[in-house]
Write a protein that binds this ligand. Structure first.
Ligand code: ZN
Length: 478
């Protein structure tokens, strides 16, 4: 690996490129899926390859290969240089990267139990135990449980003399129960989307998958006969991966600087958080602090360095309700007057070019006890876990459906309701946030399927939050 890194950098320096880097990715992935009483997927994948990025006369070139030989490195580097030369003739404005420090370092995900050291038999035993509990009531027609593990060994070297080795470990486990009666209801655990974090197998143990299965089953069945969520304006308390998705869609994507500048417009839309709003725009109420953090222990976007070779950092996107920052990389940070990148540039594989991605983004905890939020709610609803989502291309008007709701009347939880949906406009919604539970309730929810870019890339990040209350939200039963 070292010889390949050195050879690539040597050629790029000799050819006097503006900037060049090489990333070697050696990745191991295991997916296990069990549907009812049958294994539907049991797959071990390995991926090995390298990608070379070259900036020449202000134009980008990128090429990659999975043939791990020195002659192939030479060929791919020359190809990336040729592409960069060609594209430099076409660019409207020359790309200029921010000046950053160089690093020689090794960084590893803190991990107690290597997930690949745990036997497939033990993993299957847990998944079958879960499904057996879920299927104990015949109203549950489908039980799906799964585990997924990834170990990414990443080697990075640049013409600026960075030489970084990282070992990133991800572990995920979760399940859902599908109940069928007059309609179809789903309950999932630990979330509808959230199931993975950047930890070892200790994360799977901490989830208490088997211990939660009975509750999940009973809630799915109870939803079949629960009344429909009423349609009116009421206070909304959300938590779990619903709040995570709310953060992801309405703040995460909206604060990706490339999207803000129009780079994603034809594919996934732009953003209403235009750069003239930085430092001025009221995004939420005073208690809303949304913090990006690639140092967050357990976060799926947590790393030592991003794919620009920039060190992991923590910064505000929204501070005391005001738009205060963006997800940036070395190419675009100067567009908002920043001399340094925040380090949000990621590629999902050796054969993808890094682009700005949402990092870990958390809603900072407030000061409330969760019970006090409920007690002080006259007319409200608690919603958990996402079931459907829709947001316009500027990330302004949204509608989310959830798995389950509980109505609150005069400070007391009254009853379960089904098919709850809520609507809002991003800054008005966050502006109505009047209570956030304290750090005791602060949890991490992983998103492992975020799509962006052309050609499409899938990336992972985590959104942490405590339950939060939003005033007078338009709610309805679908
Ligand atoms: Zn996304």
């Amino acid at each position: 690996m070292n010889d390949m890194l050195k050879r690539a950098v040597e050629i790029m320096k000799f050819k006097r490129v503006d900037f060049g880097d090489i990333r070697i990715i050696d990745e191991q992935q295991q997916n296990i899926n069990v549907k009812n009483t049958e294994i539907t997927e049991l797959k071990n994948d390995t991926t090995l390859g390298f990608g070379v990025r070259v900036l020449y006369s202000g134009g980008w070139g990128f090429a990659s290969s999975n043939k791990m030989t020195l002659p192939e490195v030479e060929r791919v580097v020359e190809l990336a240089i040729d592409i960069a030369k060609a594209s430099s003739n076409l660019v409207n404005s020359k790309v200029r990267l921010s000046k950053e420090e160089s690093y020689t370092d090794v960084w590893k995900t803190p991990c107690l139990i290597d997930p690949f050291s745990v036997s497939v038999e033990k993993k299957l035993e847990t998944l079958f135990s879960v499904n057996n509990i879920l299927l104990k009531n015949p109203k549950i027609k489908t039980a799906n449980s799964k585990m997924s593990f990834i170990k990414t060994h990443k080697y990075y070297a640049s013409t600026e003399n960075s030489f970084i080795e990282q070992v990133l470990i991800y572990s995920g486990a979760g399940y859902n129960a599908v109940a069928i009666g007059d309609d179809v209801q789903v309950r999932s655990y630990p979330g509808a989307h959230a199931f993975m974090l950047s930890m070892g197998y200790e994360y799977v143990d901490s989830l208490k998958l088997v211990e939660n299965a009975e509750r999940v089953r009973e809630e799915a069945i109870a939803l079949l006969t629960a009344p429909l969520c009423p349609s009116d304006d009421r206070d909304l308390i959300i938590y779990g991966d619903q709040l995570a998705l709310q953060i992801h869609e309405s703040c995460g994507h909206a604060s990706e600087l490339d999207r803000v500048l129009g780079y994603e417009e034809s594919y996934a839309g732009s953003s209403f958080l235009t750069t003239d709003k930085l430092g001025k725009f009221r995004y939420g109420s005073d208690i809303v602090n949304l913090v990006a953090d690639t140092t967050l222990p357990g976060g799926l976007a947590t790393c030592g360095y991003d794919d620009d070779g920039v060190k992991a950092q923590r910064w505000h996107i929204v501070k005391n309700g005001i738009l205060s920052g963006y997800m940036t990389n070395r190419e675009f940070c100067n567009r908002i007057g920043d001399k340094k990148s925040m380090g949000a540039n990621r590629a999902d594989s050796y054969h993808s070019i890094p682009i700005i991605r949402i990092t870990n983004l958390g809603l900072m905890p407030g000061e409330w006890e969760y019970d006090d939020i409920i007690k002080s709610t006259k007319k409200g609803v608690i919603l958990e876990n996402n079931r459907s989502w829709s947001i316009d291309q500027k990330r302004l008007n949204f509608q989310f459906g959830c798995e389950i709701g509980w109505l609150i009347e005069n400070g007391k939880i009254k009853k379960m309701v089904k098919n709850p949906v809520y609507q809002g406009i991003t800054h008005k919604f966050w502006g109505s946030c009047d209570a956030i539970a304290n750090e005791k309730y602060w949890k991490l929810y992983g998103v492992s399927n975020c799509g962006k870019g052309q050609p499409g890339q899938i990336f992972k990040m985590t959104h942490a939050s405590s339950p939060a209350r939003f005033k007078n939200v338009k709610i309805f039963g679908r």
